[in-house]
Design a protein around this ligand. Sequence first.
Ligand code: HEC
Length: 336
Amino acid sequence: MLSRLPASSLQSLRLSANAHSSSLLTTTVRNVSRVRYVSSNSGASSGAKSFLDSRVTLASATLFAVGSVAWYTHLYGSLPFFGEVHANSPAEEGLHPQPYPWSHNGLFDSFDHASIRRGYQVYREVCAACHSLDRIAWRNLVGVSHTADEGKALAEEVEYEDGPNDQGEMFQRPGKLSDYMPPPYPNEEAARAGNGGALPPDLSLIVKARHGGPDYIFSLLTGYVDPPAGFEIREGMNYNPYFPGNAISMARVLFDGLVEYDDGTPATTSQMAKDVTTFLNWASEPEHDERKKAGLKAVILFSALTAISLYIKRFKWSVIKSRKIIYNPPADKTHH
Ligand code: HEC
């Protein structure tokens, strides 16, 4: 209400309030202080008040605090709370990967599907020797990186055990689109035995399973360097600053020209690392493109609905907002 009044009227209101109510104000203040005075002096709390105010209490509380800190420090050899906070060194955590400008980073960006296709080739020719990709079936590649015919041809290159047949025997048959990617080892023990005791993890969800996602995978694959002077590394381990602990069982696997891409892209180490990371990113988030498309649809739909509802609101309210209420007093008939 007040805000609708012109500023000058507000000012005069305040002025008149000051002039007229100063006596009223002082009475209120006095009343309040008297009420406080009465309550703080009431019998039971007066003892507590003087106890809380006293210097002895202050001194003993300080002594108690200092004493307990000293005692704790004596017992455990470190200050309480402070001793437990310690920064991790990059060696323990792994060097933080730098953020890379992935072409699918943006809110409206899809995967680079040519890169997924090249990445599949790198996975098949290099990583699949040690890493499984359990959650991806051949049919998943169809429409993403390969045509249906290509997918069938890829599946048929692999023999799967099936059965039993009429004689009750298991048999081998070529793969179908519905088969899942074959694992390199029959079981975990075999995988460990083949890798000096370390288990090559399944790569289906690795991009989501690691802090840093694709940036980490790319950095890991391209980050192999000589260990710095003084860094002890066990036989069979490899130095990689991005891996937590810095010593990883997987040796550097990507070298320039390792694969030959059919689209003619030069197969440098970083190109292959980028492609295989994009492929693994797709494997972890196969719904990625659809998800962003659905998000875009939702934004379009909801903004249209908002615009329509704003229009309807203005339309419906226009009658009320623009009406004028006029009071016409009935003509006084007594004078006539
Ligand atoms: C010769 C076998 C071998 C090959 C080939 C191989 N890896 Fe590995 N990989 C391993 C082993 C063993 C580990 C486990 C390392 C460890 O825990 O110390 C591993 C671990 C990993 C990890 C997990 C690191 C972590 O943070 O835990 C990723 C990611 C990975 N490999 C990606 C790849 C990719 C991508 C390729 C193909 C370009 C590949 N690997 C090729 C053996 C291999």
